[in-house]
Design a protein around this ligand. Structure first.
Ligand SMILES: *[C@@H]1O[C@H](CO)[C@@H](O)[C@H](O)[C@H]1NC(C)=O
Ligand SMILES: *[C@@H]1O[C@H](CO)[C@@H](O)[C@H](O)[C@H]1NC(C)=O
Length: 455
């Protein structure tokens, strides 16, 4: 009843009733809390450990009101509470081919995995701004994050149309004050918006979706995976999966940006086809000429970008990194200080680290919870947060945010998970993971070891 009231947006006692405390932070059973704490404390002796203030994801319930969950990060990196905020839009899912009882193909939500949108960055933050897609109502919502309380979000303006079908991924450029959205459905393509912290979003394109994708979509194949601005914000990158069955290449589309023009992102595309990687997924830029992108069919690719032509290539075999036993490598995040990247797998509860200076695989760690996999991943200070929603097809009915402490280059450890209970009602379609932009020095010494274990 409590959470039903919250779902309806009825906050009767503003300070108390809106904070849900049903979920708890726990360590997996058989974990030695004393030993984990010692590793964290030892890391703090070498250099100050930093920690974020909040993480955000969307509940994305199919066809129902979408919400952002804002979860509070404690001084020791654990999570203590969360708050929900209605976006005004609806949750959605990418259609996949599924046979009904008569053997006819029905288009339905994917049941065997819980990545409802086949994408990274469906929720993003920048400074005190937060943006989310509403995949079921084809629109985007903008919030500001209260600088004093990162759990407090204020909606700015009304949700605005994404101009296409199934918006799945967002990119924001602070320099250009521009947001772009990738639509992955039937009417696909990229629309861009001016961002005003007071008035909200306004579309700058005369012909939204002029930036077309134009692929045949078949389940995850052919759908948009990710969109992001380059570090210098001189171009926008859009990544689209190919087809590993029909041997079709993935597509990397690049659009130049123009800070002085009204429309900041041009329409002309530089398109590259990556034959060697048919299921390109999430990506991060690691140097002016290198993009690391995961591939759902084998692991990681180290793509090279020519700064003059903006053509992207996978130059040699060694730039393909096969991750053993991988099942659906998808999401990726970078640790600035250590110059490392971390990737997760939608069907395997494991994080793999790569050294971004030489591209070598430097470490891997499973979570000890028995969850089926991880989706989007975000790093705040020295802690990594990843969403692991429930998945009835793979035998789990709980959703959680799992946490690793990155104690150094090549060393990180599972420090527990924030586990939602039944009343929290975090559906299997939950998606995205974004970090508050503030960090602070962690207070590990004061931590009382978590008393709770799960399973
Ligand atoms: C837990 O770790 C501590 C510190 O490393 C150690 O002294 C203790 O014996 C461990 N306990 C168990 C049950 O393994
Ligand atoms: C999961 O299933 C167990 C056993 O049936 C039940 O006790 C628990 O409340 C369920 N949790 C959620 C989040 O639905």
């Amino acid at each position: 009843m409590y959470s039903k009231l919250l779902n309806a947006g009825a906050c009767l006692l503003p300070l108390l009733a809106c904070t849900v405390d049903a979920a708890t932070f726990k360590l997996p059973i058989n974990t030695n809390a004393t030993a984990i704490r010692k590793i964290s404390l030892d890391a703090a002796k070498v250099a100050p450990v930093r920690v974020g203030t909040a993480v955000y994801f969307q509940t994305n319930p199919l066809g129902k009101p979408n919400e952002i969950v804002a979860a509070k990060i404690n001084g020791d990196g654990s999570i203590s509470s969360h708050k929900r905020h209605l976006t005004g839009g609806k949750g959605g899912a990418a259609p996949v081919a599924k046979e009904d009882d008569d053997g006819k193909i029905a288009r339905l939500q994917l049941a065997s995995t819980n990545d409802a949108l086949f994408s990274q960055h469906s929720v993003i933050t920048s400074g005190n701004l937060l943006f989310t897609v509403n995949a079921g109502s084809n629109d985007i919502t903008m919030f500001t994050i209260d600088p004093k309380d990162p759990l407090q979000l204020n909606k700015v303006g009304k949700s605005i149309t994404s101009h296409g079908d199934l918006p799945v991924s967002l990119a924001y450029s602070p320099k250009l004050k521009t947001l772009c959205v990738a639509n992955s459905g039937k009417r696909d393509g990229v629309a861009c918006y001016d961002v005003d912290p007071e008035k909200g979003l306004s579309c700058t394109d005369k012909e939204p979706l002029e930036r077309k994708i134009g692929t045949v979509k078949d389940g995850p194949r052919g759908t948009v995976s990710d969109i992001f601005f380059s570090d210098d914000q001189k171009f926008l990158v859009v990544i689209t999966k190919g087809d590993n069955v029909k041997n079709e290449p993935s597509i990397v589309d690049i659009y130049r940006t123009y800070p002085d023009k009204k429309r900041k992102v041009c329409y002309e595309v530089v398109r590259s086809k990556i034959t060697e990687a048919p299921l390109l997924f999430g990506a991060v830029q690691v140097s002016p000429t290198k993009i690391y992108a995961t591939d759902g069919s084998f692991g990681l690719t180290k793509l090279t970008i020519d700064p003059k032509t903006l053509k992207v290539t996978l130059q040699k075999d060694a730039d393909k990194e096969v991750i053993d036993f991988q099942s659906a490598t998808g999401w990726i995040a970078k640790h600035q200080k250590h110059n490392t990247v971390y990737v997760t797998d939608g069907k395997m509860n494991r994080v793999v680290e790569f050294d971004a200076s030489n591209g070598e695989r430097s470490q891997e760690k499973p979570f000890l919870s028995g969850q089926p996999g991880n989706l989007d991943v975000a790093i705040g200070g020295d802690f990594l947060y990843t969403l692991s929603p429930s998945n009835s097809a793979l035998g789990t009915n709980v959703s959680m945010v799992q946490v690793m402490h990155i104690t150094g280059k090549g060393t990180f450890q599972d420090v527990g998970a924030y586990i939602f209970d039944e009343k929290d009602d975090i559906p299997a379609g939950a998606h995205g993971m974004a970090m508050s932009c503030k960090t602070r020095v962690a207070r590990l010494g004061r931590r009382a070891a978590p008393l709770n274990y799960f399973f």
